[in-house]
Design a protein around this ligand. Sequence first.
Ligand code: C2E
Ligand code: CA
Ligand code: CA
Ligand code: CA
Length: 280
Amino acid sequence: RLGPNVVCRCTGDMVRAISRKHHIADILRTTLANDGFDTHYQPIWSIPKRRFVSAEALCRLDGTEFGSISPAEFIPIAEETGLIVDMTYLTLGKVCSFVKNVRDEHPDAPLECVSVNFSTILFMQNDLAERTLGIIEDSGIDPASIKIEITESTLVSNLDTARSFILTMHEAGVQFCLDDFGTGFSNISTILELPLDIIKLDKSIVWHASERERDGDDFLKHLISAFKAMGSEVLAEGVETESQRAFVERSGCSLIQGFLFAKPLPAKKALEVIGETGRR
Ligand code: C2E
Ligand code: CA
Ligand code: CA
Ligand code: CA
């Protein structure tokens, strides 16, 4: 590809990296065929309600020949190979069963909804809305128990498809969350016109802004007020310290997701944590 008379040398490290990637793609294929992905749930805390109210479903790949593989490594491979499409439907189905189980077996649990991540690649599928709604409806749960997370970069690169998907699903009762806000350069007016129930501030923004607040940087506070005025709740991701917590509380965020409150946990453990009250 570089033209005639060009010789490329592959170092051992490059060969190992490429081979690991192919290997992980194989592991993903096998795991998918065996329904073998684990789904963890990270509890989400409501500041005004002073309790956990929801959770984010996060995919896990443990016990492979490489040990635990981080989503930061396997999700991009799943996206490149297209495997993310079926992985997402599988995860959505598991999340629906989890919610169904909570509704049937623990009707008093304060879990209002669970969110699922939808990658950009899904927006290339013509039957996205149909399949997504099919899975939710087949499970028999209230669609309002499901929240779909779309990243800011998906919105920027697929605005029309994403908008029509959001509008169709929202009509059926499904909620939406804009993930990784602050990393994708979206047009604020675009965000404001979509029915987004939650705007998630990316952890990089939370960490940066909480350090800079002393210098009088209250831009974020104004932005949060604007989102609230349009009817979206603002969630701060990546809250790890008490000072970050104090900052996001003062800034007007109403939801917190971070290691200070809870890590992603297996379903049963997450439900126990969500049920705990008055400890924080
Ligand atoms: P994300 O959607 O932004 O998910 C939040 C990530 O932040 C999770 O990483 C979570 O463990 C981490 N996190 C939460 N609180 C804290 C904190 O206080 N400090 C720090 N340092 N990190 C925190 P995780 O589980 O490793 O997932 C990474 C990314 O992989 C996710 O980022 C998401 O983009 C992707 N991902 C994970 N599961 C799925 C899935 O089922 N489908 C898709 N499409 N993507 C997924
Ligand atoms: Ca997310
Ligand atoms: Ca995020
Ligand atoms: Ca992220």
